[in-house]
Design a protein. Structure first.
Length: 192
């Protein structure tokens, strides 16, 4: 056999030095540019609308405590479990008012009708007790649902009746659900 006749079955696809340089270029340089592009994409993507606590404090007027509470509110769990005493005595309207409602309704803050102001409560009383309770339960204006309190719905309704009656209404305070359910039974027993 001659030197020109050789078996090509063991040779690779790269035959010239130019092909070696091209392969080296695409094997090392192109991935570097891909990594740089990914880093650019990650660092320049859209950021959330909220600001960091440090930025909020630097912009003025936000205390560290308020910033910590804001952070806790943003990262709180989706659901939570509250354990309450089901047998506790329900609060009266006056007790709920003093515990929760007095902050805004005594001073008339942010459009809240002042306690005992018949002129402010008059149009609201004309809407009826159900509309007033619905506003208290769902929130209205700056007032959060249930005034932001931790009371039962019946207790909030009692507070609404207490405030409306101080403003000139003649609503009766809602009775406890257990007492309301047992009242017809007690009346039937008394009638016998």
């Amino acid at each position: 056999m001659s030197d020109t006749d050789h078996d090509d079955s063991h040779s690779g696809p790269i035959k010239t030095p130019a092909q070696v340089l091209g392969t080296a270029f695409f094997s090392f340089v192109v991935p570097i540019f891909a990594i740089i592009g990914l880093v650019y994409f990650v660092t320049n993507s859209a950021k959330p609308a909220g600001s960091t606590d440090a930025a909020a404090m630097a912009l003025g007027g936000v205390s560290a405590d308020a910033a910590a509470k804001a952070t806790a509110a943003r990262i709180q769990k989706v659901g939570m479990v509250e354990i309450r005493d089901a047998n506790r005595e329900l609060k009266s309207g006056e007790e709920v008012f003093k515990a929760q409602c007095t902050n805004c309704h005594t001073a008339g803050l942010v459009g809240a009708p002042k306690f005992g102001d018949a002129a402010a409560w008059g149009p609201r009383i004309k809407q009826g007790l159900d509309a007033l309770i619905h506003s208290a339960m769902g929130g209205k204006g700056a007032m959060s649902p249930q005034g932001g309190g931790d009371f039962e719905d019946i207790e909030v309704a009692r507070a609404v009746v207490y405030m409306a009656n101080a403003g000139g209404a003649k609503f009766t305070e809602p009775a406890a659900p257990a007492a309301a359910a047992s009242a017809p039974a007690a009346a039937a027993v008394a009638a016998k």
